[in-house]
Design a protein. Sequence first.
Length: 131
Amino acid sequence: MKDLIRNFNNCLNNENLFNPTTVCAVEEVKIEDKVIIHAYIGASSQVHTLKGKIYDRIDDSDFVVKGTDPIVQLYIRKQNIFTERKMFFNFKIEDFRDDVFKKVRVRIQNRNKDHPWLEMTNSISHPICRE
């Protein structure tokens, strides 16, 4: 089972298969004396390709996206859903929830106990932030 999971993750990180590469959470789940692999791949702000083809998921089906206009529409749709690449101005520290800072630190600590964010305070002293 470990070899199967390692192979699965290697495929997801193979640029000849997936571009850009992706990561996912994989776990073994035992159900009625059988072991299944549960893989969670979250939504992405990027358009990914598999072997050079772009797919779009509609309900329970995957469709190859062909042509300039449908591909552009896919990029536009993703751009409007995800905010990672958008700039937001004029926030104050009071606009951020303390419980979210705590959740983020727990998640970071679970992956890297030496991450520098674990030592940081919630104070923001950056010119882009207006306090």
